[in-house]
Design a binder for this molecule. Sequence first.
Ligand code: C2E
Ligand code: MG
Ligand code: MG
Length: 710
Amino acid sequence: MTQEKHKPTGTMFQSMVATGEKTPTTATSDAELQYRSIFENAVEGIYQTTVNGQYLRVNPALSKIYGYESPEALIDDLTDIAGQLYLDPTRRDAFKKAMADEGIVRDFEAQIYRADGTIIWITENARCVRGAAGKILYYEGTVEDITRRKADEQQIRLLAKVFESVGDGILIVDRDLVVRAVNPAYETITSFSEQELTDKPLDILAPGYHEKTFLPAIWHEVNLRGTWTGEATCRRLDGTPFVATLSASTVKDENGELSHTVITCADISFRKKQEHRIKHQASYDFLTNLPNRWLINDRLEQAISRAFRQKTVLSVLYLDLNGFKQINDGMGHQAGDELLRSVASRLRSSTRLSDIVGRLGGDEFLIVATDVNDQNSSKKLADKILYSFAHPFVIEGREIYCLPSIGISHYPNDGNTAQLLIRNADMAMFTAKQNKARTAVCFESHMLSAASERLSIENDLRRALERQEFVLYFQPKVESASHGIVAAEALVRWQHPERGLVPPGAFISFAEECGLIAAIGEWTLREACRQFVSWRAAGLSIKSVSVNLSPVQFLDSHLIDVVKRILNETKIDPNCLELELTEGAMSVDIEKAITTLGTLKALGVKLSIDDFGTGYSSLAYLKRLPIDIVKIDRSFVKDLDHNPADSDIVGAIIGLADRLGFGVVAEGVETAGQANILGATQCALLQGYLFGRPLNAVEFARMASKPAAP
Ligand code: C2E
Ligand code: MG
Ligand code: MG
């Protein structure tokens, strides 16, 4: 910068004043000094320019606004206002036109280039100074840098847009909590109109959902920290409540005093509902609406903690429905679902409200009873449940019997975690399932080893058929009058390579469970028929062979075809084949049982009810069943010699069977005393160790070919 350009501004002022219309004076008057001071020290830029666009005089403020080192530098460098200053050169034309038309320009806003090329916003107020003849001498005016204000305005426009268009409701309240502004979203959410809200005290919460201290606590927090966020139940115009995330933040004035609070309100009621639904789905069984495995576990853990603190006992009942698979397969899944729902409601109504009743999946349910004193009270609960299952379920208009097997474990004796208690109750349930008479069993530690053995048996069982490890044993049935062998009951055994001869009680139920019973049953039936035919061909004079059918086989829709096929294959006289069924097989769905039995009977085979008297069936329906023989269960025969009640029962069964035209076989005859009593009560056929244990085919044939012992 040259020394010349650094002319003292005082000179500038003088020269500027000198260019005025007044006659210049050489002496600087007081007034002039004052004007000069104003010019020099004004915050606004002040200028004089020619109409052509050259600066004549400028004050320091203007050179500062335009980014020049000094007024002189500005005057020297900026010589073409239209071309150099304005971003849009046509602004100069507009400026000049306004001057020509009005002689004055007010609040003329434009973007301009500063000396360093940066762009700023300015506003100008100017007038034109005319000579005596009215000719424009020059323009003079002021300039203000409004870049900041422009940015603010832009920001405000942006914020206003946000305020108008966000999905969240926004309320602005003053320090007295009077609503000053509300956005359209808040109106949409709540159905309140702007007029109904503005200038009214803030009233946003639904009444009755919050403590009295709720709002004061929020305001306290807002005042203290400047912001608060949380969930609240707000209200809509019609009074309905909705859950919202509210957040409040303060706005302070230039003195740092609270002036407003901005409250945003996001309606999360839909999300809440979704969350609730998802939570429910994740914790409750869809079909029965009972807690599912996950929730049961959780609740059981909580119950354990409580029992631990209060030193009380818990019991866990594991229920599995007997024969559910058959019902489900036989009647269809819809019927199965209906049954499960009915079971759930029966369980709920036979337990206390404080008990946990849940569905583990499939046909397995779990009950956690708190408030149990000892094993006895859980047994009582189990009995109550069993009792409630004694009435048939009415499914699709049909009466269905479906009993559960129940296993029970206790906290703290049988485990101290949910997992252990459930596992042990499951094991006890398994034992219950094996056991025909007892349907509720408490866990005992030996069941653990039994379970691992079970697993290995199950694995072996899958291969037993192809390895031909099954064998048939035959037990004689004798005439009670002569004790001569007249028939044989085929009883399957498993010749296990390591375990030796495994009795059917140890594997039939696994076979039923893992779906192998159909194949094993078919093999047994074929083998028994084949053996009988070959005995008869060899001249053995027995009249029939009987084969046991598992309930699972009986309910299997393929049974009829299998029997037909085997009758054809083996050429056995159907009259010589007897099929033994337990009451349980028939009581599931009595109408269907009658149909199946009828079809079997039409094939010519004989039918008998095995273990008669142990099931739940009533004598009433006995006469509706197309059967030939009733086999009195061993349990009635056992104490026959010394229990008069049993001999009465046996007498009654024989009498009834006789009247209905059924033959009778007494099972489990071990003593001559029993045989005598049975003979005296007209029981035609006897079976039991007294006359012969089950034997292999060769031994049986040898025994049966001997003349009867006198
Ligand atoms: P079940 O049909 O009632 O067969 C009679 C069971 O009682 C046989 O046991 C037999 O050995 C036993 N027993 C016979 N007389 C006496 C006696 O005087 N005293 C005593 N204490 N027991 C006697 P096993 O062979 O162990 O069969 C048990 C059950 O397994 C059978 O009861 C039957 O329900 C089932 N089972 C046997 N073989 C088959 C089969 O091939 N298929 C099916 N599904 N089940 C079978
Ligand atoms: Mg039998
Ligand atoms: Mg039996």
